[in-house]
Write a protein that binds this ligand. Structure first.
Ligand SMILES: NC(=O)c1ccc[n+]([C@@H]2O[C@H](COP(=O)([O-])OP(=O)(O)OC[C@H]3O[C@@H](n4cnc5c(N)ncnc54)[C@H](OP(=O)(O)O)[C@@H]3O)[C@@H](O)[C@H]2O)c1
Length: 336
């Protein structure tokens, strides 16, 4: 089989991408409770970019195969997982010897989401992480009985799912983007409250909206000074949930008084931990419900294109230039 190999982590993402090479190796064999998946497609997510740079919480021995997520068909199974043979699956794997930018991948049976046969396999490639992340984040809003949330990196795919699901739940969303074109696109798509983070009146406009909507919960994917500005704009008893560090900067500008006297908190969200916390039946219920929304095309991940293993460096450079354009799918071969 063919696989994409990262020889060394590199803080310079251009160099990390250029260092990727395609290698051939034998097929791995599934052990007990494991499946061998013939990969259809795998996205490049911000976590993959952080991983290539050696800046993610998962660090594997080198050389390694990147890619944490994908879709495919189970072609072989170890003892205890035979019922999954021939099933379409989405998967989310972070184990040492696996990566989804490969023709085949081994996964524990518990790490796969078994799919409805009608699921589109490109959409399925981006199903195991982002829609569930949006759902997990909004569970916090439901638990806290918040009727308005703030989110940054709002042109991205997690944010798009948050916006859509929040709309269905009657929760208002204040969206923050960094580019004028993202602001215009979101408004065209029907987003009600969109702010540009580098607007000269950004903080003032944010405070006005936060006050008007009584927004006491924020989902932060950026960190840095922006996270601090959002935190400061929120009233007593507010929570900022950090779930991404796109700026690679530490959260800054937090007033200790807000933490000590105003009951405001900063917390973190990580999908694998959320998955551990909920029971399997509830996860299955959410999965089935969301798949039917994908099949009816109410929910869709925006995909900007597909690239073959041989074009990975240039294709992912395009994704990095405009992440809001949608996911770039990595495939062994792209049909012309
Ligand atoms: N904690 C978890 O369990 C979990 C799970 C899933 C995702 N995440 C995190 O969620 C975040 C979003 O992921 P995604 O898949 O939705 O990403 P995506 O679809 O690839 O989009 C990324 C978005 O972030 C914006 N962005 C990138 N760098 C930025 C910066 N420095 N400042 C402000 N905006 C920036 C991009 O805007 P441009 O178009 O302007 O580039 C784009 O709109 C990532 O940090 C990811 O790691 C976390």
């Amino acid at each position: 089989m063919k696989k994409v190999v990262l020889p060394a982590y590199n803080k310079n993402i251009v160099r990390a991408l250029r260092s990727l090479r395609v290698e051939e190796c034998g097929l791995p064999q599934p052990s007990e409770d494991e499946v061998l998946i013939k990969v259809h497609a795998a996205p490049c997510n911000p976590s993959d970019i952080a991983f290539l740079m050696g800046g993610y919480n998962i660090v594997k021995s080198l050389p390694t195969i990147p890619g944490f997520e994908g879709s495919g068909i189970v072609v072989e199974a170890g003892e205890g997982a035979e019922d999954l043979i021939d099933r379409k699956v989405s998967f989310f794997i972070q184990e040492e010897n696996c990566g989804s930018w490969s023709e085949y991948v081994i996964s524990h049976k518990k790490k796969v989401v078994v799919l409805n046969e009608k699921m589109d396999m490109d959409q399925a490639a981006c199903f195991a992480i982002n829609p569930f992340t949006a759902r997990g984040l909004l569970d916090i809003a439901v638990l806290r009985e918040n009727h308005a949330v703030i989110q940054n990196a709002a042109g991205g795919q997690v944010a798009a799912f948050v916006r859509q699901m929040a709309g269905d739940m009657g929760i208002e969303v204040i969206d923050i983007v960094r580019k004028q074109e993202s602001l215009e696109r979101l408004k065209k798509e029907g987003a009600k409250h969109v702010l540009l983070e580098n607007d000269s009146r950004f903080e003032e406009k944010l405070k006005e909206l936060v006050h008007k909507l009584n927004a006491r919960l924020a989902f932060d994917a950026v960190g840095g000074a922006l996270a601090g500005q959002i935190f400061s704009a929120m009233p007593l008893d507010a929570e900022l949930v950090s779930y991404g560090g796109l700026s690679t900067k530490h959260i800054s500008g937090v007033d200790s008084m807000d933490l000590i006297f105003n009951d405001k908190i900063i917390s973190g969200f990580n999908l694998p931990e959320w998955r551990e916390q909920i029971d399997d039946d509830f996860f299955e219920e959410i999965s089935v419900e969301m798949q039917s929304l994908f099949i009816s095309e109410k929910y869709q991940t925006k995909i900007q294109g597909s690239i073959g293993f041989d074009d990975i460096a240039s294709g992912l450079t395009d994704y990095l230039r405009n992440m809001s354009e949608g996911k770039m799918l990595v495939k062994a071969k792209v049909k012309s």
